[in-house]
Write a protein that binds this ligand. Structure first.
Ligand code: NAG
Length: 331
C-alpha cells in the first residue's frame, strides 16, 4: 500500500512538473517597424486560443516590441497606417488596416481589408508551426515573417517586400484622404465581388479557382505570399523548434538578412513537391484561406515533431520512474 501511495505521489509531482514545463515553453514574436513612418500593429488571436498581452499598439519608426505567445497560439498580425485620434470624440481610426475598435487596442476585431496579413498557427499538425503572409485580403504595407532558427525543409522567411501601393492597378488602388498617392491595394475579390476572384460558388475548389490576372500581379511582386485563396502550396511555410519569429514592416532595404536564408523571391516551391490540399470554404477570401490551412494541418501525415521536446522528456521520465517504483519491491 505504501508503495502505491509513493507511486501516486511521484506521478502527481512529475505530472505537475510536466505541466509547468509545457506552460513555460513558449514562442516570442518581435514586431519591428522598419518603415520611415509610424505603424500601429494589430493582433487578432484565432477563436478559442488565449489572446496575447496586447491586441494593438503604436510603433514609431525604428521601434520594436516583443510579445510572448503561449504554446499552440494562433492568430494574425497586420499593420495599420495613417492613424489619427479625433480631437473631439477621442475616437482612434486608421486609413488602412483599421479594426473598428475606436481605440489603439483592437480587442478581438480583425483588419478591414485591404491589409497585408501575417498568419501563424503554432504547434499545429506534426508539432510544426504553419505560417504565411497573405495578400488574399489585399495589401497595405510591405511585411516579412522571419523564423529565428528552427528546422524544416521550408523553414524560411516569407512575405512581401515590394511596394504594391505604387504598382497597384488603378481599379484596385486605395488613395489617402487627400486623394493623392496609393495607401493600399484591394484584392480583386473585394473590388469586384465576383465568384471567380473570391473562389466562391462554382469556383469554390482548388481545381476550379485559378489565379487571375489580378492575383498574378500580387504573385509576381511577392512570390512567397498568398495571392488568392488556394495559393497554399507556394505560400504556406512550416518550422519546428522556433523560439522566436520576427515580423518586420518595410523589410527593404535591409542588409541584416542571414546569408544562409534564401531571400524572398528565390522560390522553394519546386524543391518541395508536396501534394496540394486545400479545404472548401465560402465567404471572404480569408475565411476560405483558414479552411484551407486547417485542411493542410489536419490532412497530410508529415514529419514527426521535434517540438514535443520538453513535454515528451518529462513524460518519459514520469513513466520510467513509475515503472521503477512498481518493480522496486522485486529487487
Ligand atoms: C512547406 O511544407 C508544407 C508541409 O510539408 C507544404 O504543405 C507547403 O506546401 C510547403 N511550402 C512551400 C512554399 O514549399
Amino acid at each position: 500500500m505504501a508503495q502505491r501511495t509513493t507511486l501516486f505521489v511521484n506521478l502527481f509531482v512529475l505530472l505537475t512538473i510536466q505541466l509547468f514545463i509545457s506552460g513555460v515553453v513558449s514562442t516570442s514574436f518581435t514586431i519591428l517597424n522598419n518603415c520611415d513612418y509610424t505603424v500601429w500593429p494589430g493582433i487578432l488571436s484565432n477563436a478559442g486560443v488565449s489572446p496575447l498581452p496586447t491586441t494593438g499598439f503604436v510603433l514609431q519608426k525604428g521601434e520594436s516590441k516583443t510579445l510572448t505567445a503561449p504554446t499552440s497560439w494562433g492568430g494574425r498580425f497586420w499593420g495599420r497606417t495613417h492613424c489619427t485620434q479625433d480631437s473631439t470624440t477621442g475616437k482612434f481610426s486608421c486609413v488602412t488596416g483599421d479594426c473598428g475598435s475606436g481605440k489603439v487596442e483592437c480587442a478581438g476585431s480583425g483588419a478591414t481589408p485591404p491589409a497585408t496579413l501575417a498568419e501563424i498557427t503554432l504547434d499545429g499538425h506534426g508539432g510544426l508551426d504553419f505560417y504565411d503572409v497573405s495578400l488574399v485580403d489585399g495589401y497595405n504595407i510591405p511585411m516579412m515573417f522571419t523564423p529565428q532558427g528552427g528546422t524544416g525543409q521550408n523553414c524560411t522567411n516569407t512575405g512581401c517586400r515590394a511596394d504594391l501601393n505604387d504598382a497597384c492597378p488603378s481599379e484596385l488602388k486605395v488613395t489617402g484622404v487627400d486623394g493623392g498617392a496609393g495607401v493600399a491595394c484591394r484584392s480583386a475579390c473585394e473590388a469586384f465581388r465576383e465568384p471567380q476572384y473570391c473562389c466562391s460558388g462554382a469556383y469554390g475548389t482548388p481545381d476550379t479557382c485559378k489565379p487571375s490576372s489580378y492575383s498574378e500581379i500580387f504573385k509576381n511582386a511577392c512570390p512567397r505570399a498568398y495571392s488568392y485563396a488556394y495559393d497554399d502550396k507556394s505560400s504556406t511555410f512550416t518550422c519546428a523548434s522556433v523560439n522566436s519569429y520576427t515580423i518586420t514592416f518595410c523589410p527593404s532595404p535591409t542588409t541584416s538578412q542571414k546569408a544562409s536564408q534564401p531571400q524572398e523571391g528565390q522560390n522553394t516551391e519546386n524543391a518541395n513537391p508536396s501534394p496540394h490540399s486545400a479545404g472548401a470554404g465560402s465567404g471572404t477570401g480569408t475565411m476560405i484561406y483558414e479552411g484551407a490551412l486547417d485542411e493542410e494541418i489536419n490532412g497530410s501525415p508529415s514529419t514527426r515533431p521535434h517540438v514535443l521536446g520538453f513535454q515528451g522528456l518529462a513524460g518519459l521520465i514520469s513513466v520510467t520512474l513509475a515503472i521503477w517504483q512498481l518493480w522496486k519491491p522485486f529487487f
